[in-house]
Design a protein around this ligand. Structure first.
Ligand code: DGJ
Length: 734
């Protein structure tokens, strides 16, 4: 049993393989989180969180001379902290009641345990059947109004994963307004914690930063209507000394792709609270009488031994219980994408000749990126008109797809369904389809507006256009792009008092469109993209099992990007391509081998004009495709370890990562040198996950190495006298 209810202690204890999460109904009926950490035998952990003394300026429900019997919302480890009720810390909920008052006092009402994982209507979520997960639903009720708070917990024993979500149900006879509806609060015991988060910008996504959580709020967020390149909706809160292999670490990821906030702060009693959910900025959701509001899901993993375990739990859970469809664990085709090869400048003959050359090297899927539809020779026009440009395609899209199929390749195509250019037939016919404020010219970004996906008629229009294209050509793959952020967040179809709902309704609409399209075409492989990795999050991975990691295809910059991405997301989700040099983003020149080695630890594909490559380069690509396929299962499904970080302060000039079979029988280590210096000192790399007493060979060497030796001391990194060298080390049992 993963969930244990103890009616004597009034506790609910959630067990995974290695962790324990405990809730308790306290003396007044409030729900408190007593513990989230390493697994222990059952014990009531309330003693560890019960405030033993009051503190000044903390309002009390029961004011007595004996301060230990005071009950202040400002002190308890509340599972659902509500604003306006004397909890001055970070809160999750802001409830504006029918009478205008601001607050709620949720007290225990009932609870039930179900087998299998709960689902959330219209929102992405982890899923699991009865053999994989259990659900706990605790219902709290406001002690004055008929407002119910259903807290959902999903427990995935095998992956140490606990999910949370909240449903607010208004059983009063008038509307209430949620001015803040975040998904969770987590109260940690006294201690010093760091937050690790993944920031960036276009072409520089998910760069790891680490900061101490003190008495000022540490906050990662997006108010861009997309999770964004700038902050990822995933953080790790950890002991101040935690490393890859040691120390407590809590991974917290939102299964949501819109505005979000994850914040942490120490309170006056030196305890840290973390909250996560929809960003309260410009959020105000009316919950009508009898209606409910569901928050996005939060996924949490605790590890008592550092980040590597935590990452691997997220990786496995993502692959098996978040991604859906036939591709989630399937071998994906090696693709070539036309974007960096020709951008908007192509016709069908050019595309077919590129495909022909690529096919000779072993490429299996040809992807036609932007520019094939409407009037689209640059990014100024055409978005919204999903009609193939038959002049440019020298025929129909079907005929082009057939020409590619005849080469023995699959055919894929690019869409940007959520946006519209003002210079498009769709906009001329329906200007109100775009988000725009009354009396103001909407702001342009990449010459485009965002469609108002809070509207069903807009969703239907785009859906029908997409279906028409996808049904009328042989399409095996879709790249689903999104190239600007939301402004002018106003829907022509909603009344004034509901405009605070538009950000979230828009996201729900995007998910609805995605659900309809991906369910209608289960045999198409979908890859998400948002100007590269601007919406690389658990939410979109529920619909599309891979995401274009970054528009930056430079192998050296990619080290930091893929390294940061790996803390939450598995290799199988990271779109990674080999492109030309000098790189189009930063003009860097790197060896082709290094570009390949880095792209192996992603989905590996090409993004260049093969017909412009030398014979030698073509041979190298051929070799890479064979090698990538040889290691495919090991790379995509093995346990993943970050061995050396790509930051100079690690006192190394190398970055190294590894994938290893979970029984320790085989590993592949990739080492890349990202900086040069003269008179290089010898460097060793320590491997992880091997069997200590087993002998291994490296790249088929005569010499054998003991597993413990490779893990405790490591092996010498080969010295290559070139810029940005890299090597793969295949470690097998002797
Ligand atoms: C942004 C994407 O990240 C690129 O890969 C490419 O698809 C362009 N959009 C096309 O406009």
């Amino acid at each position: 049993m993963a969930i244990i209810r103890n009616d004597n202690d009034k506790t609910f204890t959630l067990y995974t393989k290695n962790t324990m999460y405990q809730l308790k109904i306290d003396e007044i009926g409030a729900l408190v989180n007593t513990y989230y950490g390493a697994k222990m035998d059952y014990t009531d952990m309330y003693y560890a969180v019960r405030p033993e003394f009051g503190a000044s300026f903390s309002p009390n429900l029961a004011q007595t001379n004996d301060s230990s019997s005071c009950h202040s919302f400002n002190h308890i480890h509340s599972e659902l902290p509500v604003a306006g009720m004397g909890d001055f810390r970070l809160t999750t909920l802001g409830v504006r009641n029918t009478d205008g008052s601001y607050g709620a006092d949720p007290r225990y009402y009932d609870a039930k345990i179900e087998n299998g994982k709960y689902s959330i209507k219209g929102l992405p979520a982890f899923y699991g059947d009865e053999s994989e997960a259990q659900t706990l639903i605790i219902t709290l009720k406001d002690n004055v109004y008929d407002i119910y708070f259903h807290l959902y917990y999903g427990v995935f024993e095998e992956y140490d994963l606990i999910t949370r979500s909240l449903v607010v149900e208004n059983k009063t006879n008038a509307s209430i307004h949620l001015e803040k509806a975040m998904s969770m609060a987590l109260n940690l015991p006294c201690g010093s914690y760091d937050m690790m988060y993944f920031h960036g910008r276009h072409m520089r996504e998910r760069i790891l930063e680490r900061t101490r959580i003190n008495h000022a709020k540490v906050c990662v967020e997006s108010v861009r209507g997309a999770s964004s390149h700038m902050h990822n909706p995933f953080v790790i809160v950890c002991d101040k000394n935690a490393t890859e292999d040691a120390g407590s670490a809590w991974g917290i990821g939102l299964v949501y792709s819109g505005n979000f906030e994850i914040s942490a702060m120490k309170n006056l009693q030196e305890k840290t609270r973390v909250v996560a959910g929809i960003n309260p900025e410009n959020f105000n959701f009316e919950v009508e009488a009898g209606a409910t509001f569901e928050t996005p899901e939060v996924a949490m993993v605790y590890s008592k031994n550092g980040f590597a375990i935590l990452s691997n739990c997220f990786h496995k859970a993502t692959r098996n219980n978040l991604c859906r469809g036939k591709f989630k664990n399937a071998r994906r085709p090696v693709l070539i994408n036309s974007w960096e090869a020709v951008y908007f400048n192509f016709n069908a003959d050019k595309l077919v000749s590129m495909a022909e050359e690529a096919k000779k090297l072993g490429v299996e899927l040809f992807v036609l990126d932007d520019g094939w539809f409407g009037k689209r020779d640059n990014d100024h026009s055409g978005l919204g008109d999903w009609t193939p440009n038959e002049e440019k395609l020298q025929g129909t899209l079907k005929s082009l797809s057939e020409r590619i199929n005849e080469l023995g390749m699959q055919f894929g195509i690019w869409f940007e369904p959520e946006c519209i250019n003002p210079d498009s037939d769709l906009y001329r016919a329906h200007p109100d389809y775009a988000l725009a404020m009354p009396n103001r010219e909407p702001l342009l970004s990449r010459n485009q507006y965002v469609l108002d996906l809070s509207r069903d008629d807009v969703i239907e229009n785009i859906y029908n256009q997409l279906v028409n294209v996808l049904e009328n050509a042989n399409i095996s793959y879709v790249k689903w792009d999104f190239n600007r952020h939301l402004t002018d967040v106003y829907s022509a179809k909603l009344p004034a008092h509901k405009q605070g709902e538009v950000y979230h309704r828009h996201m729900l609409g995007a998910y609805k469109l995605l659900e309809k399209v991906t369910q209608r075409f289960p045999n198409i492989l979908f890859e998400s993209c948002s100007g590269g990795g601007g919406r690389f999050d658990f939410g979109l991975l529920h619909y599309m099992p891979q995401a274009w990691t970054s528009d930056n295809t430079d192998a050296i910059d990619r080290l930091k990007i893929q390294y940061g991405t790996s803390f939450a997301y598995p290799v199988s989700t990271m779109g990674a391509h080999v492109s030309v040099c000098p790189n189009h983003g930063n003009a860097r020149i790197t060896p082709l081998k290094t570009r390949g080695n880095v792209a192996y630890f992603g989905t590996y594909g090409l993004e260049l004009d093969v017909s412009k490559m030398t014979e030698e380069e073509k041979e190298e690509i051929k070799r890479q495709i064979v090698e990538f396929k040889k290691y495919y299962d090991l790379i995509q499904y093995g346990d993943y370890y970050r061995l050396i970080a790509p930051f100079p302060d690690e006192e190394s000039l190398f970055c190294a990562w590894e994938t290893v079979k979970d029984d320790g029988s085989e590993a592949l280590v990739c080492v890349v040198r990202y900086e040069t210096d003269c008179c290089t000192a010898p460097e060793f790399v320590k491997v992880k996950g091997l069997k200590p007493n087993q002998l291994y060979r490296i790249n088929g060497s005569e010499k054998t190495y003991l597993g413990s030796a490779l893990m405790n001391i490591g092996f010498l990194i080969e010295y290559n006298f070139i810029s940005y060298p890299s090597n793969l080390y295949h470690i097998t049992q002797a």
